[in-house]
Design a protein around this ligand. Structure first.
Ligand code: BDR
Ligand code: CA
Length: 309
């Protein structure tokens, strides 16, 4: 059976690769893409989503632009990771098409309600659009099959020592999503940092055709931050792990646990406090990624990307 999915993203190198993985995978049908401010401004993340879709001849997939800034925090973009365009590296032309004339949140609701099968929502940027969907279209949100988000972390941070970027960027939105009562899966740094795409993998991609070459060029740029910051010999493709988890159940091992988001303190802003050892007595509200078959993930990713022209 094909799973209908919607991807809410902020491309972003790993977002772009996540989109390509979804497009290359027969297990899922991409019903549309929504964009949010995050790795770069909304204008740039929207243009980047369109550029990636058009690059692989999938300009037919509709893109709807969403929130220009977090619910209450000032906007902060990750230019230091993704560059001035948000997708630095390959020379992709500007988009020919544009986003649909509807707000992402209304577009998401329409697609969720219009689907015969329950939709899986994949938020892989700050959770602003998803929080707005919960507030403006609760009936549509209730119809979701599940939410598989990239964000958070049990034990480490990447934007501060305490927090992962997507949750840190809009912690109030993330808090609403984790406490929504919906079926939420959290793919955090604990798993994404353990599945690196190395220069050897990038060389394989470069040899695998036009899209593989473009992805290798994305990785040339994206790997610099990971080498300089963490000493990694490769790049975590965070957002693609969320997609892979939908494609291959079991690839990421999860534990059903309670997750709270820190919104009060500045020191721990956006920390996902995961009750791993069940100390609070709170009912679990998320399936938290705790392990990953890194080799299977990378092989799946490379194999699928090689099928795109
Ligand atoms: C997340 O933040 C962004 O920079 C990436 O696209 C990913 O979604 C990783 O922390
Ligand atoms: Ca992202």
């Amino acid at each position: 059976m094909t799973t209908p999915i919607l991807i809410d993203c902020d491309p972003g190198h790993d977002d772009a690769i996540a989109l390509l993985l979804a497009l290359a995978s027969p297990e899922v049908e991409l019903l549309g893409v929504t964009t949010v401010s995050g790795n770069q401004t909304l204008e740039k993340t929207t243009a980047n989503a369109l550029r990636v879709l058009e690059f692989v001849g999938r300009g037919d997939v509709e893109v709807a632009a969403g929130a220009e800034q977090p619910l209450v925090r000032p906007r902060f973009v990750a230019e230091y990771v993704h560059g001035e365009s948000g997708l630095d590296g390959p020379s992709l032309p500007p988009p020919r098409g544009g986003p649909v004339a509807r707000h992402a949140v209304d577009f998401l609701a329409e697609r969720i309600l219009g689907s015969d099968e329950p939709v899986t929502l994949l938020p892989v940027g700050p959770l602003t659009n998803v929080a707005l969907l919960l507030a403006r279209h609760p009936a549509a949100a209730e119809r979701l099959g599940r939410i598989v988000l990239m964000g958070g972390s049990i034990a480490e941070g990447n934007v501060t020592p305490a927090a992962e970027f997507n949750v840190w960027a809009d912690p109030e939105a993330a808090e609403r999503v984790f406490s929504s009562g919906l079926d939420v899966t959290m793919i955090g740094l604990d798993v994404t940092h353990r599945a690196l795409v190395t220069p050897t993998h990038a060389a394989r991609l470069r040899d695998s055709g036009r899209t593989g070459t473009m992805v290798a060029e994305l990785l040339d740029f994206y790997s610099v931050f990971h080498r300089e910051t963490y000493g990694f010999d490769g790049s975590p493709i965070h957002d693609a792990v969320a997609v892979a988890h939908v494609l291959r159940p079991g690839l990421v091992e999860t534990a059903h646990r309670h997750v709270a988001v820190e919104t009060g303190s500045e020191l721990c802003r956006g920390r996902t406090v995961v009750d791993l050892w069940r100390r609070t007595g709170h009912e679990p509200n998320a399936h938290v990624g705790v392990g990953i078959d890194a080799e299977a993930f990378v092989e799946l990713l490379l194999e699928r990307l090689a099928t795109l022209d």
